[in-house]
Design a protein around this ligand. Structure first.
Ligand SMILES: C[S@@+](CC[C@H](N)C(=O)[O-])C[C@H]1O[C@@H](n2cnc3c(N)ncnc32)[C@H](O)[C@@H]1O
Length: 786
């Protein structure tokens, strides 16, 4: 037994990794010599250098052995099928050097074959170890940890296929083509990660990645240079490293490669992005024509494997504003055929247990979702030119919008760990729950009036936040739309006590035992419980006519208004004399499958949550309504157009905000979420939740009002929360809408009700049913309540 406690500690740390003392001893000796007994370097990151050195030692032995056995005829075969047996079935850290070679190196198929790169690994023989200073070594560690995903790692002209299976270079990379010649480790890391990223993307969108090919075996996404040797079975100990590794690829999907100019962008005649880079966008584009689950094999053209792919994927983490998503996907055609999508809660729980066990983490705040979110944020940080790092390490991750920056940056910052640094706001939120569901707290932000810079990208008001571009035009004058910040999902403002938690979704509120596409099943799943055990969407993702007509008739001939004794909406006005309740319209809900359901993300019962797919345009109307929204393509009756997105506020917060800003605003953008008012008893202080799109919103904020016969209807949609104080408000077409027609919805506004903080506008809807100046029995103190 060694007497030196540091040696003992090193042995113990390696033992946890399953490495015996006999293997540790010689390597440790060499390292101590190499680092001139600088224990700190060796002990850093839980003896990472030591573990790495041991793995490399083992690896070099295997490679030596393999070299001896190899014969030239088997070379190519070995590239694809025969990976060297690794003595330690573990993740390994690599400190390898990369050399460019015009030939394949059969001994290194894992890393090298992809780009014809030979990876030469220094053995840990004393004389071969580079004479590096401690500083250089730590620099090397930093480089090794560098993680950058490049959607286009290899230029297309270099790419060919190796027997149609593996990507190789038709000509070797010239030294000048290496992205970082002075940092071989980083180069290697990039190449390796890139390969995986392109593969992950390729599986989803091969059309747009002519270079990327599907490799014949499932690959594991490489993070921080950690890899799992090929052909290894899926074992429990595959959780070493900074994040869990599974026997399935982890897809990192860049939110907007197009805007960064990384991929060529083509536009079709109506402005839709061609060559979009995310799977769901592709699927959604297909869905209207072929149904949401039609993973068109024709469009998955160039991969021989494409037609047989059965992918299941599940979103695991998202960055604070949802720009970067981390999802797990399993290609069951090339992976385990018996694979079924596990419950994400369980995956996270198990991962957490394994991490805690493996790394002896003592920080009580450690959580896997947080770790994964950090990864998304890092991905975004490194993938963009963001240099906006504050000194305390927190980063303002709210996308920069000219005109809003000064206010936001000057007031509050969003950090990686916490959505908002304000204590009060921290208390009111459960960051784990809310962020898992894409909800974050945002600081109140007043856009600077007349800031035309906000809209200088006339091709896309969404600034890349949606899967389709939405252009804006003003053919009438030189006005710009009012500044606001585009968000694709609603955000909690402050007090809206929304706690999203998977654990709150009971078995009756999800179809945990389903898989694949629920609507193609023989029996409707339990997510149809609110719609009479029938799916409301057709296989083409269109709302079924019977359901739609029922919703329309409930809106147009209000049969069922619920009146409360003391209406909270009246109470917030703080009047001495409480006005009687004006009534709350009861509505039919749609319930979509969600993360806790067993079905896939492409399930046909997930339409609204997949976002906008129509070709829309914001334009300046000629009827004194200001800006409006129109469609650039014909839309069949029942098409989902968009949902109403904004800040989620309580009715009190909204009232206060509205009173303060009513005079200065010519347009108003709030709605009340009171579609299921009768079940609101549980809501805190009897308050309703509202959406306000004044400062943060999506394209729905441009939809103008039309009395009664509007071509859109808003329908409440339950996605994440089973009780209906919060829901999505989705717009569907009430009839066939022709290209270039304005899209409108009936705000349900009472034009004669002057007892409101926001005075009703002079309606210019042009409908023959226009209610302007006529009394309505449905009145709200703001826009429509839904
Ligand atoms: C949700 S915004 C719609 C977008 C708005 N037109 C704009 O320019 O940003 C609602 C505001 O649009 C205007 N508006 C909507 N429908 C209208 C109509 N039928 N007639 C006149 N103004 C209308 C009103 O000023 C209203 O407060």
């Amino acid at each position: 037994m060694p007497t030196d406690p540091r040696v003992t500690a090193a042995f113990r740390a390696m033992k946890v990794l399953g490495i015996k003392e006999v293997k540790v001893k010689p390597v440790l000796k060499k390292l101590l010599k190499l680092y001139e007994r600088n224990w700190e370097l060796i002990e850093a990151e839980n003896y990472r250098v030591l573990a790495d050195a041991i793995f490399d030692e083992e690896d070099s032995k295997v490679e030596e052995q393999k070299k001896r056995c190899n014969n030239a005829d088997q070379e190519e075969e070995n590239l694809v099928h025969h990976q060297p047996e690794r003595p330690l079935k573990r993740l390994r850290l690599r400190h390898q050097e990369v050399q460019v070679s015009p030939t394949h190196n059969t001994s290194n198929t894992m890393l090298g074959d992809v780009a014809g790169i030979v990876l030469k690994r220094p053995k840990l023989e004393e004389d071969e170890l580079p004479e590096t200073s401690a500083q250089q070594q730590s620099q090397k560690m930093t480089e090794m940890l560098e993680f950058r995903a490049e959607p286009y790692p290899i230029s297309p002209q270099h790419a060919t296929r190796n027997k149609g299976k593996q990507l190789v270079l038709s000509k070797p990379l010239a030294p000048g083509e290496r992205s970082d010649p002075v940092s071989p480790v980083a180069v290697q890391g990039k190449r390796y990660v890139s390969e995986r990223v392109s593969n992950a993307l390729c599986l989803k969108e091969p059309m747009t990645h002519p270079v990327a090919v599907v490799l014949p075996k499932p690959k594991v996404f490489d993070c921080h240079g950690l890899i799992i040797p090929k052909d290894e079975p899926f074992t429990d100990d595959m959780f070493d490293g900074d994040m869990p590794h599974y026997g399935v690829p982890i897809a990192m999907i860049h939110p907007d490669p197009l805007s960064k100019g990384e991929l060529p962008v083509e536009k079709d005649e109506i402005g839709k992005k061609v060559g979009e880079d995310t799977s769901s966008q592709y699927i959604e584009t297909e869905s209207r024509a072929n149904g949401p689950v039609a993973l068109s094999s024709e469009r998955r053209t160039n991969g021989e494997f494409a037609p047989s792919l059965q992918e299941s994927s599940s979103e695991l983490a998202v960055s604070t504003l949802g720009e970067v998503k981390l999802s797990l996907s399993c290609n069951s055609a090339v992976g385990r055929p018996d694979f079924h999508m596990p419950n994400l809660d369980d995956v996270i729980k198990l991962t957490e247990e394994k991490c805690l066990h493996s790394y002896k983490i003592i920080d009580p705040n450690f959580s896997v979702p947080k770790l994964l979110r950090h990864m998304c944020e890092s991905f975004l940080e490194l993938g963009t030119d963001s240099t906006d790092k504050s000194q305390d390490g927190s980063t303002n991750v709210i996308p920069t919008l000219s005109g809003l920056d000064d206010h936001v940056q000057g007031s509050k910052r969003t950090s990686f760990d916490d959505c908002v640094v304000s204590d009060q706001e921290k208390k009111s939120e459960d960051p784990e729950c809310t962020k898992m569901c894409g909800l974050v707290v945002v600081p109140q932000c007043e856009p600077v009036p007349d800031d035309s810079r906000s809209f200088n990208d006339i091709n896309d008001v969404t600034r890349g936040e949606e899967r389709v571009r939405i252009s804006w035009v003003n053919e009438l004058n030189s006005e710009f739309p009012d500044p606001f910040r585009y968000i694709p999902h609603s955000l909690v403002f402050k007090n809206a006590n929304l706690s999203f938690s998977l654990s709150k979704i009971g078995d009756e509120n999800c179809c945990a035992t389903c898989n694949g596409d629920c609507i193609s099943g023989s029996v409707p799943c339990c997510c149809t419980r609110m719609t009479g055990s029938e799916f409301v969407y057709s296989s083409a993702g269109i709302l079924k006519e019977s359901f739609l007509d029922e919703c329309i008739s409930m809106t147009r001939h209000p049969p069922c208004l619920i009146y409360c004794k003391e209406c909270p909406l009246e109470r917030v006005k703080n009047d001495d004399c409480l006005e009687p309740c004006k009534g709350h319209l009861k509505r039919k809900f749609i319930k979509e499958c969600w993360s806790k359901c067993g079905c896939s993300k492409q399930c046909g019962n997930r339409v609204v949550q997949r976002g906008i797919t129509c070709n829309l345009q914001v334009y300046f109307t000629s009827e004194e309504k200001g800006w409006g929204l129109r469609t650039l393509e014909d839309l069949p009756k029942g098409t989902f157009v968009c949902e109403y997105v904004g800040e989620i506020l309580t009715s009190m917060e909204l009232y206060e905000r509205t009173v303060k800003t009513a005079k200065s605003r010519k347009c108003s953008y709030p709605v009340i979420l009171d579609a299921d008012w009768s079940s609101k008893g549980s809501l805190m202080n009897g308050e309703a939740l509202c959406l306000d799109a004044s400062h943060y919103g999506n394209v729905a904020r441009f939809i103008n009002h039309r009395c009664l016969d509007a071509n859109l209807i808003e329908i409440p949609v339950e996605v994440e929360i089973p009780d209906h104080h919060y829901y999505h408000l989705a717009f569907f077409t009430t009839r066939k809408v022709k290209a270039m027609e304005e899209l409108t919805w009936d705000y349900g506004i009472d034009f004669n009700d002057i007892d409101q903080p926001i005075k009703p506008f002079q309606c210019q809807c042009g409908s023959r049913f226009c209610r302007n100046m006529k009394r309505s029995n449905r009145s709200r103190y703001m826009l429509r309540s839904s």
